[in-house]
Design a binder for this molecule. Structure first.
Ligand SMILES: Nc1ncnc2c1ncn2[C@@H]1O[C@H](COP(=O)(O)OP(=O)(O)OP(=O)(O)O)[C@@H](O)[C@H]1O
Ligand SMILES: [Mg+2]
Length: 237
């Protein structure tokens, strides 16, 4: 058996003098969709920032397929196979949808070239229909899809999505959920940082709950679904 695609072990992360993450560990295996769930301010975005090198952990390790990348520059970690979709989506507003995609094309760390413009349009037919449109004109949900698609163009080993359902209408959230499930069926390994537990119960395979910078629960998504006390204590259902 191959080990985890991404394995974070015992990271301590600080902003200035204040410690934000405490001995945090998580891992995800090929094809899994891990939901990192927690309330406002629990440390979800900081976990992602520390994985991608924007808030380097002071101790512990961040391994991509066994290789420790902790302390490396963010561009170097991206090249090692971490694809990151930030909360605020960040499309290039003055450029077309297609240019937004083409700018990001890159082989994966092991030369993977599965994702290209044709494959993206196959999975995201909506984007093909608006390929010439300025990205800044897209709706929030369309921009979320474009950012996910653009990140896939870099053929990452694992895709980190920070609050993919945030601020979107329920019908659009359902579309994003269907898209995430489709990607998972295609073998994409994902971690979703979310406050929205109901969304995660529908799309994830595994769950980790974070509270005050610590992982307080780890199980399959079915295990979380059945655990009323964890849901009430940490996820305000
Ligand atoms: N740049 C920063 N400097 C200092 N403290 C920060 C900084 N960014 C976040 N924090 C603090 O770190 C803690 C974790 O924040 P983080 O953004 O990781 O939470 P989150 O789980 O992503 O929350 P949300 O659901 O609101 O996105 C919070 O207490 C927050 O106030
Ligand atoms: Mg956040």
């Amino acid at each position: 058996m191959a080990g985890p695609v991404l394995q974070v072990e015992n990271i301590d992360v600080f902003y200035g003098a204040s410690q934000i993450l405490f001995k945090l560990s998580l891992d995800v295996e090929q094809g899994q969709t891990l939901a990192l769930l927690g309330r406002n301010g629990a440390g979800k975005s900081t976990t992602f920032k520390s994985i991608i090198g924007l808030a380097a952990p002071r101790s512990g390790s961040v391994k991509i397929k066994g290789q420790d990348v902790r302390g490396r520059a963010a561009y170097d970690i991206a090249r090692a196979g971490i694809g990151f979709v930030p909360e605020d989506r960040q499309v290039f507003p003055e450029h077309s949808v297609e240019d937004n995609l083409l700018i990001a094309i890159k082989k994966g760390p092991e030369g993977q070239d599965y994702w290209n413009i044709a494959r993206i349009y196959e999975v995201f037919p909506l984007l093909e229909g608006m390929r010439g449109r300025m990205a800044g004109r897209l709706s929030g949900g369309e921009q979320q899809m474009l950012t996910i698609a653009r990140t896939l163009m870099g053929n990452p080993e694992v895709l980190l999505l920070d609050e993919p359902s945030e601020g979107l209408a329920p019908v659009i959230v359902a579309q994003i959920g269907a898209l995430i499930r489709r990607l998972a069926e295609m073998g994409v390994t994902l971690i979703l940082a979310e406050q929205n537990m109901h969304f995660c119960l529908k799309v994830a395979t595994h769950a980790a709950v974070i509270d005050k910078g610590q992982i307080v629960y780890r199980d399959t998504i079915a295990g979380l679904k059945a655990n009323e006390s964890i849901k009430q204590r940490y996820l305000s259902v």
